[in-house]
Design a protein around this ligand. Structure first.
Ligand code: SAM
Ligand code: DTB
Ligand code: SF4
Length: 334
């Protein structure tokens, strides 16, 4: 196999020792992964996964939308943009007490991380104070904390860190080339700057993207190559399958072939061997067989709970049953 794809010098499938983590992945090398025969790709992804993780442990996070709808941005996939008629009502920032009560529920249901999302382009300083209070409360419950609030300044990132924030989610969403087809109100460079501020503040980075938005395979390759060549890999890499929401410009996108989604997960696992790869949005519409293949491809984290931010997710009973049948178990917080 190696002879057929000489650019894949990383081929160590079968070796006991993990490969060193690389930050110089080229587009050609990631393309070579995507082009592998499916069994070969899965074997490599599973090998890398086992070299770095317990292959049956899955990290469980629960999401809460703390500020829903009315967002000024034009992200073509998003039901929360004020520009599209999606039936999502704009709400005010949730109260600290309500958030704390929801976090308690998530903890007793078995989540180890609580992720709070706000439909903002960027937080105002007054709103950030409120979010910092929520982070303190959630942290005091013994949960890991994550927020996603849009663009941040360096000073805002430091304030979040001081409140006890563990993770900041900010996705690149797609390749640099396709990005402009999806979002015009902020640039790829803006996103990279926010990621730099988060990293510099000492917060773990959660950064991935969405597939199934009409991008080409080359765009999926470009997204993975960009993530894998960041100076430090995101600790968490969410791979979302587009949730096609009526009223958004992407509502009628044809469904992406499930095995192409699995290939994207596998490429993320191989190129970012120590990162948690999250099988993120889109599970509600995904067969259990596809989800099982994603776990085999190295996904080791999910969102757990009946709702993502505004759209449905499989209920806890269904997920517990699936995990039982696959012999997977929740990962202890690290
Ligand atoms: N407003 C903040 C921002 O954009 O960074 C935080 C919330 S935003 C909803 C978080 C992420 O959710 C987006 O970056 C996108 O990757 C994902 N997302 C939103 N709508 C989605 C959809 N319909 N399908 C899949 N992922 C989606
Ligand atoms: C991420 O990458 N996916 C999550 C989380 N980070 C914030 C959000 C998915 C949102 C799906 C659409 C919705 O429910 O509104
Ligand atoms: Fe707003 Fe975030 Fe949705 Fe974009 S993804 S429209 S920034 S809530």
């Amino acid at each position: 196999m190696q002879r057929l794809i000489p650019e894949l010098w990383c081929d160590n499938a079968g070796a006991a020792e993990p490969m060193p983590v690389r930050h110089d992945w080229t587009q050609a090398q990631v393309r070579a992964l995507f082009d592998l025969p499916f069994p070969e790709l899965m074997y490599r992804a599973q090998t890398v996964h086992r070299q770095n993780f317990d292959a049956v442990a899955v990290q469980i996070s629960t999401l809460l939308s703390i500020k829903t709808g009315g967002c000024p941005e034009d992200c073509a996939y998003c039901p929360q943009s004020a520009r599209y008629e999606t039936g999502v009502r704009a709400e005010k920032l949730m109260s600290r007490d309500t958030v704390l009560a929801q976090a308690r529920c998530a903890k007793s249901a078995g989540a180890s991380r609580f992720c709070m999302g706000a439909a903002w382009r960027e937080p105002k300083d007054r709103d950030l104070d409120a979010v910092c209070g929520m982070v303190e409360d959630v942290k005091a419950l013994g949960l890991e904390t994550c927020v996603t609030l849009g663009m941040l300044t360096a000073a805002q990132a430091r304030r979040l860190k001081a409140s006890g924030l563990d993770y900041y989610n900010h996705n690149l969403d797609t390749s640099p080339e396709f990005y402009g087809e999806i979002i015009t109100t902020r640039t790829y460079r803006d996103r990279l700057a926010t990621l730099d501020h988060v990293r510099a503040a000492g917060i773990h980075v959660c950064c991935g993207g969405i597939v199934g938005m009409g991008e080409t395979r080359e765009d999926r390759i470009g997204m993975i190559a960009t993530l894998a060549s960041l100076p430090a890999h995101p600790e968490s890499v969410p791979i979302n399958m587009l949730v096609r929401v009526a009223g958004t410009p992407l509502a009628d996108q044809p469904k992406l072939e499930p095995l192409e989604f699995v290939r994207t997960v596998a490429a993320a696992r191989i190129t970012m061997p120590r990162s948690m790869v999250r099988l993120s949005a889109g599970r509600e519409d995904m067969s259990e067989e596809t989800q099982a293949l994603c776990f085999l491809a190295g996904a080791n984290s999910i969102f757990y709970g009946p709702k993502l931010l505004t759209t449905p997710n499989p209920g806890p009973d269904r997920d517990r049953e699936l995990m039982d049948r696959l012999g997977l178990r929740p990962m202890e917080p690290i």
